[in-house]
Design a protein around this ligand. Structure first.
Ligand SMILES: C[S@@+](CC[C@H](N)C(=O)[O-])C[C@H]1O[C@@H](n2cnc3c(N)ncnc32)[C@H](O)[C@@H]1O
Length: 188
């Protein structure tokens, strides 16, 4: 199995330990690769847009909450399809434009551009350019954030503005989560 953009490798660790799968992780961040290696994972620095693997090398691939960071997601999707065997599967996770809507509204930010990134509204069409079949599974939920949590989150993502612009909250903010898990299969 291949994971691209696995971050700190939490999911990879579970896949290896709980399923016994053989897994290689590629992440563009040296720090993330270091963290993955500290967990005993086989991790390498690399770019999802240019995978250092032969055609058909993997049975399955995973790209969780990362394809919206990649400058050319179409190229990354094509690369993931290339390194999968015929009938191999990619699991890709992204968000809907509605994800954290209340937080975007609180910060007065326009989230329309998110219709154009890899996510619930785009991914099915984009994956079908390189894969034969795509399934979409929507995951919805709610999180409650107090002011400190909102500040921390905003500080971690400049698209939401500056943490100094977070208005005082009289009560915790209830924020929706709206993600989609895509399972894409190469032609068999
Ligand atoms: C939001 S984190 C997601 C981490 C993890 N998959 C998770 O769900 O918690 C995005 C990760 O993708 C990595 N990344 C971004 N662009 C990449 C690229 N072009 N190739 C490989 N990794 C990339 C980042 O370094 C980061 O570790």
């Amino acid at each position: 199995m291949l994971e691209v953009g696995g971050g700190e490798g939490e999911l990879a660790e579970r896949i290896v330990n709980e399923l016994g799968a053989e897994l290689v992780g590629i992440d563009q961040s040296e720090r993330m690769v270091e963290i993955q290696r500290s967990k005993g994972l086989d991790a390498r620095v690399g770019d999802a847009q240019e995978l250092p693997f032969a055609d058909g090398e993997f049975d399955a691939a995973l790209a969780a909450w990362m394809l919206y960071h990649v400058p050319d997601p179409h190229r990354a999707v094509a690369e993931l399809a290339r390194v999968l065997r015929p009938g191999g599967r990619l699991v890709a996770v992204g968000n809907s434009i509605e994800h954290l809507a209340e937080l975007w509204d609180l910060m007065g930010r326009d989230r329309e551009y998110r219709r154009e990134v890899f996510g619930r509204e785009t991914a099915e069409d984009w994956l079908l350019r390189s894969f034969a079949r795509v399934e979409r599974h929507d995951v919805e939920g709610w999180v409650t954030m107090d002011e400190a949590a909102v500040r921390r989150y905003v500080a971690s993502w400049s698209d939401l503005g500056s943490e100094h612009d977070v208005p005082p909250l009289e009560e915790p903010l209830r924020v929706r989560r709206a993600c989609s898990v895509f399972v894409a299969e190469t032609a068999g």
